[in-house]
Ligand binder design. Structure first.
Ligand SMILES: [Zn+2]
Length: 434
């Protein structure tokens, strides 16, 4: 919608700042950017198309700060034709489309297999399909460790400050937007232990120094407290998991003072604890770690640490599950939606352009048919994700699908507009004279 102006009106606005919801809001979007906040009663700005959302909730497009952007391709039955190597890329594209459909307009990929994610991003940039804005770390920088064998193709194992520095540079060469580092082992790998730190202090320092020197942010996988302490002290920008931090309140104070963001990832503990197929030892550990993570969530809120949404589970299109779980474990719905918007944008270093509905921000928005502040579960309901806008352009959502169905069964444009007053972006858009 470049060069096109849009007046989104009659909105119940949650702007992502955590301020009160405003009824009867109007939002002017020009060339994909929010330029003015107004009232539904205001005159339609000259030349603007109008979308009347009829009192539905408008909020910033959601951001998942901890996604693993891969899909498990289908497993053919015995005797069925084997999969072609190229087939799984189509499943990844479909999952990305579905993620956008669910109101997530930005994902931070913190580790996936091979180069599928940069290829998918490239395909989107050339217009092959629509999905969320994608930031990726490329490969995760890790010590030589068992995880490298479990997650073959996801890690760049490197040892010693010089090689670690080279590993950082390799990711930027690949097109990474930030650097992800394993400061500790992972709880999803039986051969790994969260203690001691997996990298030495000199290695973690080299990762952070090289990334920052070149202008990139650092996300640190941090489970055990020794590695978590290194990540915090040496200046990682986001602390992923960090579930034992409640045991070290002074580290939470350091994070709050430095503005380091915690990404608590409750869903990964739920996943390992509840889904079949995990070893009993890991499932048991996940149950205990969920308890630790919930204590840390509470302690981090009290300490004033910024908290961002990170789903960390599959399918990555279902990231709103993490919202529901954060609320279940003590955050208010408003706090959680801020974590999924403004603070997630901050985690990505994109808070100057994304995460709130304010003049100057990019118009990535979601219109929800319901009240996510009263019931965050509506965000998991496909039918309630009414409309998704990317850079001010309606690109996905229930009403666009409903409109397509209406168009398919009706030959009459008049019938379409009569049916869909307040229902479809297409027929709901009216161009004003002038
Ligand atoms: Zn993860």
């Amino acid at each position: 919608m470049r060069g096109m102006n849009l007046w989104l009106t009659n909105a119940r606005l949650f702007d992502g700042t955590g301020g009160p919801v405003r009824a009867g809001a109007g939002i002017l979007i020009e060339d994909g950017v929010i330029t003015r906040m107004g009232r539904a009663a205001d005159a339609v700005p000259p030349g603007a198309d109008v979308i009347d959302v009829a009192g539905r909730t408008v909020m910033p497009g959601m951001i998942d700060a901890h996604a693993h952007v891969f899909v498990k391709p289908p497993r053919p039955e015995e005797g069925a034709e084997p999969l072609w190597p190229e087939t799984s890329a189509h499943f990844l594209g479909a999952r990305l489309r579905e993620t956008l459909r669910m109101g997530f307009t930005t994902l931070r990929d913190v580790g996936s297999y091979g180069d599928a994610v940069v290829a998918a991003r490239q395909a989107m940039r050339y217009g092959a399909f629509r999905g969320p804005r994608l930031l990726t770390c490329g490969r995760i920088v890790s010590a030589t460790a068992p995880g490298g064998r479990f997650f073959d193709g996801m890690y760049r194992e490197a040892d010693g400050p010089d090689e670690v520095r080279k590993a950082v540079r390799e990711q930027l060469r690949r097109g990474a937007d930030f650097v992800k580092v394993m400061t500790t082992g992972a709880r999803s790998v039986e051969l790994e232990d969260p203690l001691p730190a997996q990298l030495t202090e000199a290695e973690v320092a080299a990762v952070v120094d090289e990334a920052h020197r070149l202008g990139y942010r650092v996300a640190a996988h941090a489970e055990g407290l020794a590695g978590t302490e290194l990540a915090v002290r040496l200046g990682a920008d986001t602390i992923e998991h960090g579930m034992y931090l409640h045991q070290r309140p002074e580290l939470l104070d350091l994070m709050a003072a430095a503005g380091q963001v915690l990404v608590p990832t409750l869903s990964c503990y739920y996943g390992v604890a509840e889904e079949p197929g995990w070893t009993p030892r890991l499932a048991d550990l996940a149950r205990r770690n969920l308890d630790e993570a919930c204590r840390t969530l509470e302690a981090a809120r009290t300490a004033g640490v910024p908290i961002a949404l990170g789903h960390d589970w599959q399918p990555f299109s279902d990231a709103a599950t993490e919202i529901v779980r954060m609320v279940r474990h003590g955050m208010s719905p408003a706090e959680t939606l801020v974590a999924a918007t403004a603070t997630a944008a901050r985690a990505l270093g994109l808070d100057d352009r994304l995460g709130t509905v304010e003049p100057g921000k990019l118009a990535d928005l979601v219109v929800v048919d319901g009240d996510p502040l009263a019931d965050p579960g509506v965000l998991r309901d496909r039918a309630r994700i009414w409309l998704v806008l990317q850079l001010g352009e309606p690109v996905s959502g229930q009403t666009m699908e409903a409109n397509a169905r209406t168009a398919a069964v009706s030959r009459s444009a008049d019938q379409i507009s009569a049916l869909s007053n307040g229902g479809s972006p297409r027929s709901g858009i009216t161009r004003t004279p002038g």
